[in-house]
Design a protein around this ligand. Structure first.
Ligand code: SF4
Length: 485
């Protein structure tokens, strides 16, 4: 067998119009995998077909030009359909190409994937890919025993082989990153002029157990953090080497260990890193950090997403969110008080939802007063804890629709069209209210909200919903504010 050398890491060209409306986001997971592959003696190519908005035809041409030995891709549930197309295309171009897929969906749905796509997939990598992919390729190159490679799934003479789990990488600081393979100019944050945006990981995992979430299952409630020096040093490196001036922390809960997180904030302040930071965390960590919220602000934490998810205690309990309704309001108030952009989402379209309940949630969302709110449709990931509860109500089985935008679960008292319509109305209603009350915000936030509202109305998945009376009224408000500036 030809020795494996070149590995193309290709992001699937999937677009739902949610996060990508705010910016162009790189795939930090592939930057890590590429780093480990290179350290292992391989020749990785990081090809972000998704962020380039390349279609399959272009992707095919690139595969033909690169002539890889391996094509690896990644998939959350909504992206699996496009990810499989990339692997199928690779096999069509050259049946000798070894195809590999990893991330959340393949980690859990490997039986279904090999049942329906055995000709397309050679190997599934379960869990973290850095060590597993290198081990797999080393073993293939040496002609060793594939069944000894941990955390993979493959077919052996038609029989599914699932090897034991490798466990988690202990020392995240030791992982090499291939930042030099990133096509930097395309990664920008739309609300900031002359921005260069990176996604950086400070920790992996989440110790919580929200029932709708795939992350806690993927990480098995295991959490590991990089050292503050290592993480902050990377922000400085990205700033000095590639001009990165805004960073999104990819972690689910970067703040989990207060001591580590506070040290990160202290280093960002002491060393005057100057990079704007976007992040998400948990409501209870914000409440815990009330006394150091000033450090968040001083360290240039610019934008915090907290998962409020629901406005009733009953729904929060179903989601196993482990927070109280009033805590969410307090956390958002704290973020706002420090002039940091606050963002949250509400998961709607549950089986017992009604038009009245959804409208009530929107009113409460206004009262909670985040700067940005997203009204999302519950997605029934087939491996999530909440799936058995949702399964009888699932009406759409096309995974590409499981993107939190398209309603796929039908409430007893609503049609899917009604859910779709209410989600659109919820956004219209919320952002109109924001614009009407814009003058209550700080000048920086006013400017941000004007930019963001334009982006939401013109570039996001809400574009369709925003048609009708609202754009006219919104336009008038924005014109009036623009004139005054
Ligand atoms: S929703 Fe967030 S806090 Fe809850 S389990 Fe998932 S990652 Fe953790």
């Amino acid at each position: 067998m030809k020795k494996i050398s070149k590995v193309m890491l290709i992001t699937p060209p999937y677009h739902a119009g949610v996060v990508e409306s705010a910016g162009v986001w790189l795939n930090v997971g592939f930057v890590y995998i590429a780093g480990s592959l290179r350290a292992g003696g391989y020749d990785p190519v990081y090809y972000d077909a998704m962020s380039h908005w390349h279609k399959l035809e272009t992707i095919g041409k690139r595969i033909e030009a690169e002539k890889p030995d391996v094509v690896a891709t990644t998939a959350f549930t909504a992206g699996i359909v496009e990810a499989l197309k990339v692997l199928k295309l690779s096999k069509e171009i050259n049946p000798e190409i070894i195809t590999v897929i990893g991330n959340v969906h393949p980690t859990f749905c490997y039986e279904e994937l090999f049942r329906d796509h055995a000709d397309t997939i050679d190997y599934i990598v379960r869990g973290e890919g850095e060590e597993t992919l290198v081990d797999l390729l080393d073993t293939l190159n040496s002609g060793g025993d594939i069944s000894a490679v941990k955390s993979i799934v493959y077919l052996d003479n038609g029989k599914l082989v699932v090897t034991p789990s490798r466990g988690y990488i202990k020392d995240l600081d030791a992982l090499p990153l291939a930042w030099d393979l990133v096509d930097w100019p395309i990664y920008t944050y739309r609300t900031m002029e002359n921005s260069r945006l990176a996604i950086v990981s400070s920790s992996r995992g989440c110790s919580q157990q929200c029932s709708f979430c795939s992350q806690q299952l993927f990480w098995q409630r295991n959490w590991r953090g990089r050292s503050p020096e290592n993480f902050v040093g990377e922000l400085e490196y990205l700033r000095d080497t590639y001009g990165v001036n805004v960073v999104m922390i990819s972690d689910e809960t970067p703040t989990l260990e207060r001591e580590r997180w506070e040290k990160i904030l202290d280093l960002l302040i002491e060393r005057k890193v100057g990079t704007k930071i976007l992040m998400e965390t948990r409501v209870d960590d914000i409440l815990r950090d009330e006394d150091i919220m000033w450090k968040y602000q001083k360290a240039l934490i610019d934008h915090i997403y907290v998962g409020v998810e629901a406005t009733t205690q009953e729904a929060l309990d179903i989601f196993k969110k482990d927070i109280k309704v009033e805590q969410s309001k307090k956390a958002l108030d704290l973020i706002n008080k420090h002039n940091i952009v606050s963002e949250t989402s509400f998961v709607l379209g549950m089986p017992d939802d009604t038009i009245e309940k959804i409208r009530n949630t929107v009113e409460l969302a206004k009262f909670y007063n985040p700067d940005l709110a997203f009204f999302l449709a519950i997605a029934p990931w087939p491996y999530s804890e909440i799936y058995p509860l949702l399964k009888p109500y699932v009406e759409v089985f096309d995974y590409s629709k499981y993107n939190l935008v398209e309603p796929v679960v039908k409430p007893t008292a609503m049609t899917l069209d009604e859910v779709r319509n209410e989600l659109g109305l919820a956004s219209k209603n919320f952002y109109m209210d924001k614009l009407r009350n814009l003058e209550k915000l700080s000048p920086e936030k006013q400017e941000f909200m004007i930019k963001v509202t334009k982006i939401i109305a013109n570039n996001s998945y809400l574009k369709e919903h925003m048609k009708g009376e609202m754009p006219e009224e919104m336009k008038k408000i924005m014109d009036r504010l623009a004139v005054r500036k």
